[in-house]
Design a protein around this ligand. Structure first.
Ligand code: G3P
Ligand code: CA
Length: 381
């Protein structure tokens, strides 16, 4: 597969750490002009990219093949796949480890919740998961399902089902064949720590699947991202070398207070993982030792306390670029209440991130809007 050679150059630079931070900074800056994340220029007029977050999820239920094909048609450079493992070790495309938010699992399998009341995808076989109807995300209030996004695709309409990682790859590769484009995969392995605690080896299985479909080398058009730093380091240090792979890796950044990542303590029991080190001096150099980029939450790049007249760009992007890392923040939405007060609208929010902060790409539920923005403004970036 053709690929993204300059991104490799970024990473290679980070491995020249012995040459000193100043040299790395200078060299990275010099190369930033021709750095690119994609293998074929789709016509944005810029190297910056659009990742369809769970597909065109602003328009169709997240992670359905319908949402993915819409995002593809809207011109996204990458389609994102969140991946979890089923009871029978199948890789399925699903954001949550749980089924409650986007399926009718409570109707179909009412007795299969765990003690915490949640329905875990890992407790169901692929055949069972295929029996579920998928929808836009919802919350149950007074026994009624209330959509999380009232302006999005309505609950209970049409029929959407779950698919496997292989099925999505085959659809994307099929579309790449039929359209002549080269849209990439942006795979997130969900909670390796959790799967490991359940006796499942999700990371190796995802890498083997990617390899099976031809995604092996650094220049191949697939990126792997993980929130769990232990899990990502293991992919870099152990799994990719064992499998003869060298795919690009991205460290997703979370906050310790989110309680989203755990690790075994000295007594073997799971304890919360602290992300605090990621916000201290030297963090980007540390990440550059095992990854090629970072995926920060938007407020980690533009402070929430910003105003329209006073945009506060954090040092994160500059520090990441100096370490040779790309920066791909999440998640850009235009639903009510999802655009920060410091931006006048969605396009203004994109402008601040692409122009003021110089991020390399964005995760968005509305890829059409970001692609259009880059088409109109990309050449000036
Ligand atoms: O992977 C970037 C973004 O998808 C991270 O957030 O929770 O939507 O997976 P989440
Ligand atoms: Ca994700």
């Amino acid at each position: 597969m053709s690929g993204s050679p300059h991104f490799l150059t970024h990473r290679s630079l980070t491995r020249l750490g012995v040459m000193g931070a100043l040299l790395v900074t200078t060299a990275s800056t010099a190369l930033a002009d021709d750095a690119t994340l994609r293998s074929i220029d789709p016509g944005h007029g810029t190297d910056k990219v659009v990742v369809a977050h769970r597909g065109a999820s602003g328009y169709l239920p997240e992670h359905t093949l319908a949402a993915k094909s819409m995002a593809y048609a809207q011109g996204a450079d990458f389609l994102e796949q969140d991946v979890v493992m089923s009871k029978d070790d199948q890789l399925v495309v699903l954001h949550d480890r749980f089924l409650d938010r986007v399926t009718n699992v409570a109707d179909v399998f009412p007795d299969r919740a765990r003690e915490d009341g949640r329905y875990y995808a890992i407790d169901f076989t692929l055949d069972e998961l295929r029996k579920l109807a998928f929808s836009e995300g919802f919350t149950v209030k007074d026994g009624e399902r209330v959509t999380d996004y009232p302006e999005r695709f309505p609950l209970g309409k049409s029929h959407f089902g779950l698919h496997t990682l292989s099925e999505e790859i085959e659809m994307i590769q099929g579309l790449n064949h039929s359209t002549g484009r080269d849209v990439g995969l942006y795979v997130e392995i969900k909670a390796p720590w959790f799967h490991q605690s359940e006796g499942k080896e999700i990371s190796r299985a995802v890498l083997e699947t990617l390899k099976q479909y031809g995604y092996v080398d650094h220049d191949d058009n697939a990126i792997v991202q993980v929130f769990d730093p232990n899990g990502l380091e293991r992919i870099h240090d152990t799994l990719q070398p064992e499998l003869g792979m060298d795919l690009r890796l991205v460290q997703l950044m979370g906050e310790t207070s989110w309680d989203m990542t755990f690790q075994p303590g000295s007594d073997g029991k799971l304890e919360p993982y602290s992300y605090d080190w990621m916000y201290q001096d030297g963090a980007m150099q540390r990440i550059a030792g095992y990854a090629d980029g970072i995926g920060p939450w938007k407020p980690m790049v533009i402070e929430d306390s910003s105003t329209r007249d006073d945009i506060k760009v954090t040092p994160l992007v500059k520090e990441a670029h100096a370490a040779g890392l790309i920066v791909m923040p999440y998640t850009f939405r235009l639903d009510e209440g999802r655009i920060p007060d410091w931006a006048s609208d969605y396009d203004d929010m994109l402008r601040v991130f692409f122009v003021d902060a110089d991020v390399d790409g964005v995760f968005t539920d509305y890829p059409d809007r970001a692609v259009q923005w880059l088409k109109h403004n990309g050449e000036a970036l």
